[in-house]
Design a protein around this ligand. Structure first.
Ligand code: 5AD
Ligand code: SF4
Length: 440
């Protein structure tokens, strides 16, 4: 009988991508994926440690496995990803029914570990954070039905922002050789993928440490020249490392989409310094101006943390002023959360939960207005939409995204998935746009 596996994924795009890698490796070994946790013989939880709340969610989910394991003693259970790295073998102690604990860099041997547990019923943890990156396993058919895909080009981070656990759980910056990335991009195209998002914790640092070539802008140009790569995106880039060469690409490249996610984290220079971000607000705004000069229709999104230790009312107001000035297309905003090992743990001036919530609500309310007005601004325009599939809003509606990464739903009969069409935007909402097909 074919063994079934189920993967539950928390966290960022890289975690989603890692879950795909794990899934593909197991499929290559003859296992089959199931959406049903009750039918699965192997349950893996891919976890996020970036904020306490994310971690608690994962721990609650792990707790629920106890009941399943009692009913099915042969069940194999594993925690993988960032919480696995952070908590290590303590997870095996705390959850006696857990078989596997694998850090983000150890997931590529999932087949070996699963078979060891199957044969020897040994409980295993693997938490090495060094070594080369493993490319995505070959995956004929795995991406069936998808039009867009991630492609991991680097992993880890050397920046040590004082709020961030990532360097501790994903290790130091490591880049995948360019030939492997180019091979993967060609393979993705052969599988029907039209849009590739290059992912890494800090893509601007691609190959910088090893001094190998190409650097990130060069890599983007090489990928842009591959036939069939219609759209290219990347995430995440650090404002400190955003080069002129990269900004210029937004003006001249064929497939690079006019969208950048450029996390600013705070509008206050004092707080940026405490966060060890390595830029000032003036420098950040200068980058935004240069990006907009090069590509006037570029959409810009960002991350902001409220309630970082020592954040005074004035610092918070600086963040509000910043979003009013820059008018981001959207932001992701978070309450500062203590994490084990980070420098900010020891900083004075911790902000209470209620105050953090108050600041977050004000910031989010302000941004909602800005996002909505930005979405209304494109009403009447004609946008190129890559169709990703049927829309959630119901029958005969398709969904896709603009070059600037805004979701557009529009009425259409017929299966146009994977095609790029022109759509006139008739209405801008808070989270999406409504359009009308103009051609095709
Ligand atoms: N508390 C709150 N938000 C955090 N982020 C990272 N670490 C923390 C933390 N300790 C946010 C940052 C980052 C995003 C992925 O998560 O804004 O850009
Ligand atoms: Fe979460 Fe960061 Fe790990 Fe992604 S890299 S899963 S955001 S802790």
């Amino acid at each position: 009988m074919t063994q079934l596996f189920h993967i539950k994924t928390f966290g960022c795009q890289m975690n989603k991508h890692d879950s795909d890698s794990v899934g593909q490796i197991l499929i290559n070994e003859g296992y089959r994926q199931t959406d049903s946790i009750d039918d699965a013989h192997i349950i893996l939880i891919n976890t996020c440690a970036v904020r306490q709340k994310a971690e608690e969610k994962a721990l609650t989910f792990i707790g629920r496995l106890s009941r399943l394991k009692r009913r099915k003693p042969d069940l194999i259970t594993g925690v993988i990803g960032c919480v696995a790295q952070e908590r290590g073998i303590n997870l095996l102690k705390r959850f006696p029914y857990l078989d596997l604990v694998l850090g983000p860099r150890n997931i590529y041997q999932i087949d070996k570990f699963v078979s060891k547990v199957e044969k020897e019923r040994e409980r295993i943890s693997s938490l090495e954070l060094v070594g080369e990156l493993t490319p995505f396993p070959k995956h004929n058919g795995y991406l069936k039905g998808r039009v867009t895909s991630f492609l991991k080009i680097m992993e880890g981070c050397d920046n040590f922002c004082t709020y961030c656990i990532v360097p501790f759980v994903r290790g130091r910056e490591t880049s995948l050789p360019a030939e492997k990335i180019i091979d993967e991009a060609k393979y993705l195209v052969s599988q029907g993928i039209k849009e590739i998002t290059l992912i890494g914790q800090n893509v601007n640092s691609y190959n910088v440490k090893s001094k190998a070539l190409p650097t990130f802008p060069g890599l983007l140009s090489e990928l842009d020249s591959i036939a069939g790569v219609e759209r290219l995106r990347f995430t995440t880039s650090h404002p400190r490392d955003l080069s002129d060469e990269l900004i210029d690409l937004f003006g001249g490249s064929k497939g690079l989409c006019p969208h950048i996610h450029l996390p600013v984290q705070s509008g206050s220079n004092n707080i940026l310094k405490l966060m060890n971000r390595g830029y000032t607000i003036d420098r950040y705004i200068d980058l935004i101006n240069r990006l907009r000069k090069t590509r006037p229709d570029i959409s810009i999104t960002s991350d902001i943390i409220v309630g970082f230790p020592g954040e005074m009312e004035g610092d918070f107001e600086d963040s509000l002023s910043l979003i009013n000035e820059v008018k981001f297309d959207n932001i992701f905003s978070f309450k500062y959360s203590d994490r084990p090992g980070i420098k900010a743990l020891e900083l004075p001036g911790k902000i209470g939960e209620e105050e953090k919530q108050r600041r977050l609500s004000i910031l989010q309310e302000r941004q909602r207005g800005i996002t909505l007005s930005k979405n209304r601004l494109v009403e009447g325009s004609i946008q190129e939409i890559l169709i990703e599939g049927p829309a959630k809003r119901g029958d005969d509606y398709l969904t896709g995204r603009t070059l600037g990464n805004k979701v557009v739903n529009f009425f259409s009969k017929g299966n146009l998935k994977g095609r790029t069409v022109k759509v006139k935007i008739v209405k801008g909402f808070q989270n999406s746009l409504l359009g009308e097909l103009v051609d095709g």
